[in-house]
Design a protein. Structure first.
Length: 200
């Protein structure tokens, strides 16, 4: 019962806070779905928060938690506890989707990828060889979705491997604009025009 109440309180708080957070002005330049802002001697690239999806997940989790509490009260402890656990998990996922974001900071010193919970991955600038723009082959899903993002901006390490940092965009112009901003921040040449994406 306490877990369901906590889930409901979190969801209600998100619903109340969401419109205010969404209305906050955000500085920087929008390139495709990414927000690019100057940060110290480099740039920061962030995916805008999806408030609508996050709040819907949180509300759904709260409702499922309340259902679980009702099942427990009716004597169906197994199903009730399972629903409570899933409900709390959905509330947590919704919170991350609404207010969490992945950020990448690029400068002449290093590249930093910050994920949910503040976990960071770092690469020194000397370990990065190039910023690349490539078009992925079209998939069946791309034809079904109007919001397909077939253009990738990727970073290549000095040893030839790709770094686990990728930006997906809907147009070549946006991909090249973001790649140019990253290359400039890292002190690398802007990617040259290329044909279809290479595998790897």
């Amino acid at each position: 019962m306490r877990a369901a109440c906590a889930a409901l309180l979190v969801a209600v708080g998100l619903l109340a806070f969401g419109p205010v957070a969404a209305a906050d002005p955000t500085e920087g330049e929008q390139i495709g779905r990414y927000r690019v802002t100057r940060s110290g001697d480099g740039i920061e690239v962030a995916v805008p928060r999806d408030h609508g999806l996050g709040l819907a997940l949180a509300a759904g989790g709260a409702a499922l938690g309340a259902l679980g509490a009702g099942l427990v009260a009716a004597g169906r402890r197994g199903a009730g506890i399972a629903a409570l656990v899933v409900g709390v998990g959905l509330v947590a996922m919704g919170t991350l989707a609404a207010f969490g974001t992945t950020r990448v900071r690029a400068s002449r010193a290093e590249l930093v990828r910050e994920g949910f919970g503040g976990r960071e991955q770092r690469w020194p600038r000397d370990a990065i060889a190039a910023v690349e723009v490539a078009r992925r082959g079209a998939s069946a899903e791309d034809f079904k979705r109007a919001s397909a993002r077939p253009w990738d901006v990727r970073l290549r390490a000095a040893d030839g491997r790709r770094l686990p940092v990728r930006f997906a965009l809907g147009s070549e112009a946006d991909a090249r604009a973001l790649a140019a901003a990253l290359a400039d921040a890292l002190g690398l040449p802007a990617p040259a025009r290329a044909g279809a994406a290479a595998e790897g």
